[in-house]
Ligand binder design. Structure first.
Ligand code: PLP
Length: 405
């Protein structure tokens, strides 16, 4: 009998050793289940008289620790962490809308959000319409009596147009329509939607907030506490659970968010100014530059906070685009944003590859169009790399023109 004891102690759960000191770094808690002291204790927990975790799909400490930090940034309370930015978008739309409702969204939303709007919601009986978010009068034109929600991004991807947030918020308020802002691009450092009339704020935490391209997560916060439960229940029921490890990584990342953002923004502004006017370049797009189409609105909404995103267009077709990317191998050519290092993307071969050409042309996305997510490296390096890339594109465009002549 005595030889059974060691086996039992190997398998049975032992209490975590407690001490009088506490860990400085947030512990990573992967436990899926949490044990309670008695049925009475569990009742009190489910009844909300005491606080405790039960099952990780319903919530876990690493998600809560992360949520409180983003709440702080957004001026929010009770924000939820979900498994991805798209989980956050989906939980808001399907958790709050039902058959017969109508939702309107900006026509330059993130690609998958746009897909949800144009291809998926109709299968659930939810009507949709798009509007030009730079002009609130185009919103008014598509509103219906059953419109319950408007969803916008403050700065659009990848053309960096700035939404008419004041006009949109005023219209939503007057009609009693929920205003949902996906604040991934602008970040709370650039714009805090709750200070400007938003009812719901969404983030892809994957991007700048986590900041290291190693965690996929989303965030939702609501202003009216009554809206929290339907969003939470939909997310938990459909299994949009965030991984504790991802939350732990993102929390570590978010501690340096303000520092990273300020440095990346400073770099982006300097890089935009250094690239503007270089031979071979058709245009540079940066919200706070005087040549930006929404310059005055950008200054009004964002102050001097132009953000870390910068787009540009080189002359010449695909050959010039290929030459540019090949001439700057040290910058990751990858369709994402918000990494601590600079990444470069080409919408025509990635995010916008399935957008009809006429629609791409309408918003100015050509073969020579690139988007930079500027990181925190030394700006001299960035200016050197992009100057080399643009020169290579220029040479390739010239060669192609000569070949055609
Ligand atoms: C990336 C992104 C999303 C989706 O986030 P995931 O974490 O990739 O699911 C949604 N909105 C915007 C603006 C994004 O950039």
């Amino acid at each position: 009998m005595t030889d059974r004891k060691p086996l039992e102690t190997l398998v049975r759960r032992n209490p975590w050793p407690q001490g009088v000191s506490y860990p400085v770094a947030t512990p990573l808690q992967p436990s899926v289940v949490y044990a309670s002291e008695s049925p009475d204790a569990l009742d009190a927990q489910y009844g909300g008289q005491t606080h405790g975790y039960t099952y990780a799909r319903e919530g876990h400490p690493n998600a809560d620790v992360l949520a409180r930090r983003i709440d702080l940034l957004e001026g929010a309370e009770g924000g939820l962490i979900l498994g991805s930015g798209m989980a956050a978008v989906t939980a808001v739309l399907l958790g709050l809308l039902g058959a017969g409702d109508h939702v309107v969204a900006g026509d330059q939303l993130y690609g998958r959000s746009l897909r949800l709007m144009t291809q998926d919601l109709s299968r659930f009986g939810i009507g949709t319409a798009l509007f030009d978010s730079t002009d609130a009068s185009t919103l008014e034109a598509v509103l219906r009596p059953e419109t319950r929600m408007v969803m916008v991004e403050v700065v659009s991807n990848p053309t960096l147009r700035v939404a008419d947030m004041e006009g949109i918020a005023a219209l939503c308020k007057a009609r009693g329509i929920l205003l949902v802002v996906d604040n991934t691009f602008a970040t709370p450092r650039g714009y805090r939607p709750f200070d400007h009339g938003a009812d719901i704020v969404i983030h892809s935490v994957t991007k700048l907030l986590a900041g290291h391209s190693d965690a996929t997560l989303g965030y939702v916060a609501v202003r009216d506490p009554a809206l929290r439960k339907p969003v939470y229940d939909f997310a938990v029921t459909t299994g949009m659970t965030p991984s504790p490890f991802d939350c732990w990584l993102a929390e570590r990342g978010i501690m340096s968010f303000n520092l990273r953002y300020d440095r990346a923004e400073q770099n982006a502004r300097a890089l935009a100014d250094a690239l503007a006017g270089q031979p071979g370049l058709a245009r540079v797009i940066y919200p706070t530059r005087p040549d930006h189409p929404d310059h005055n609105r950008a200054i009004g909404l964002l102050g001097e906070r132009g953000g870390n995103m910068l787009s540009f267009e080189v002359k010449g077709g695909r050959a010039a685009a290929n030459a540019l990317v090949r001439a700057m191998p040290d910058v990751a050519f990858a369709p994402t944003l918000g990494d601590i290092g600079t990444t470069l993307s080409h919408p025509n071969s990635s995010s916008h590859r399935n957008v009809p050409q006429a629609d791409r042309e309408k918003v100015g996305i050509s073969e020579g169009f690139f988007r930079i997510s500027v990181g925190v490296e030394e700006v001299e390096l960035l200016i050197r790399d992009f100057t080399a890339g643009i020169a290579a594109a220029h040479a390739a465009a010239d060669a192609a023109a000569e070949g055609a002549a």
